[in-house]
Write a protein that binds this ligand. Structure first.
Ligand code: PRT
Ligand code: ZN
Length: 298
């Protein structure tokens, strides 16, 4: 019998597609994908990738068509509230927060309009493609307002007279600005997440989920990490250790022929900026070298 294979759904074409594929490649997955192909075969893992619209990803996991999915928290939370409102149990588990797809679901008013906190929403018409998240936000604040559910182009609704304000995704804010809108409140901070089915999987699949999770953790850790090497006077060690950003236990190595100086090697879990190098030099460090980290496994 064929070995069971994991199915992972990702966005077919959109903002999450490239970062999702990049993450999978960094986790060691080799796939070949033809243009317009709906499914790609993992050549070196029992894992196949399904390319779909982002809105369908929670449903595919919910309905056991896929074991895993990469999707925005905004889409996931909207689906979670929708299922709850319909009295359906939620059948996806959020297993990792990912470091891409960052944005926020925000309320924005026309630039000239006044806004004094959530109570200013009372009785207003709010256009959105996220009616359940917006409804939840209003309910939590005990505010009655009219939700105008649209399927897109939310930012032009106030100008068309369809709404008084909007609730939409924002990243840089330039779309709001171009439409003369002002961001006033955040409803949800979002980023991509990995979801999985709550079902018990075949042992081979389960093992690969665990391996994938460990690799994802490794990939996310190294993105910001740097390996730093330097020489320093032995008596400056306490000060130098304090200056190394996010490094727990540096390796200290004696330097042949220089009893007062040591070499220090450390993994910094944060980026190392020029300012840090300048401070280290001032503290007596020399021969400073900062290298990117390729892979990490705790
Ligand atoms: O076809 P499909 O349904 O799969 O794609 P889609 O059009 O629904 O989604 P897509 O590709 O636009 O977004 C996919 C996911 O990316 C979203 O669900 C979010 O989780 C995430 N994301 C991150 C964003 C943004 N940033 C973002 N800026 N989604 C949308 N936007 C919009 C924003 O609303 C604005 O209209 O992009 C525009 C530019 O934003 P500014 O603030 O940079 O001007
Ligand atoms: Zn979509």
């Amino acid at each position: 019998m064929d070995e069971p294979r994991l199915k992972l759904a990702i966005q077919k074409s959109g903002r999450l597609t490239d970062p999702s594929l990049d993450l999978l490649v960094r986790c060691g997955l080799k796939i070949s994908r033809g243009k317009d192909q709906l499914m790609a075969f993992g050549e070196n893992m029992p894992l196949d990738v399904l390319f779909v619209r982002d809105d369908d990803i929670p449903d595919l996991v919910q309905e056991d068509v896929c074991d895993l999915g990469l999707v925005g928290l905004n889409v996931l939370e909207e689906k979670r509230l929708e299922l709850a409102a319909r009295g359906h149990p939620v059948r996806f588990q959020q297993v990792r927060n990912l470091d891409f797809g960052r944005c926020r679901l925000s309320l924005a008013v026309p630039q000239g309009a006044s806004f004094e906190g959530a109570s200013s929403l009372r009785g207003r018409r709010i256009a959105t493609t996220y009616p359940f998240l917006l409804e939840n936000y209003l309910r939590e604040r005990d505010i009655e307002a009219q939700i105008v559910t649209l399927s897109g182009a939310v930012e032009i609704a106030p100008r068309l007279g369809r709404a008084d304000l909007i609730c939409d995704l924002v990243s840089t804010g330039s779309t709001l600005q171009a439409n003369h809108l002002r961001e006033v409140e955040t409803v949800l901070e979002s980023h991509a997440v990995l979801i999985r089915t709550p079902l018990a999987l075949a042992p081979v699949k389960d093992e690969w989920v665990e391996r994938l999770l460990m690799r994802i953790d490794g990939v996310q850790q190294v993105r910001e990490s740097k390996y730093i090497m330097l020489h320093a006077p032995r008596d400056a060690l306490p000060e130098i250790r304090k200056l190394l950003p996010g490094s727990e236990s540096p390796t200290i190595i004696p330097l042949e022929g220089f009893p007062d100086r040591v070499a220090i090697h450390a993994v910094c879990r944060e980026n190392v900026f020029w300012e840090t190098l300048e401070s280290l030099k001032k503290a007596g460090a020399s021969a400073l070298l900062v290298l990117p980290v390729e892979k990490m496994l705790a």
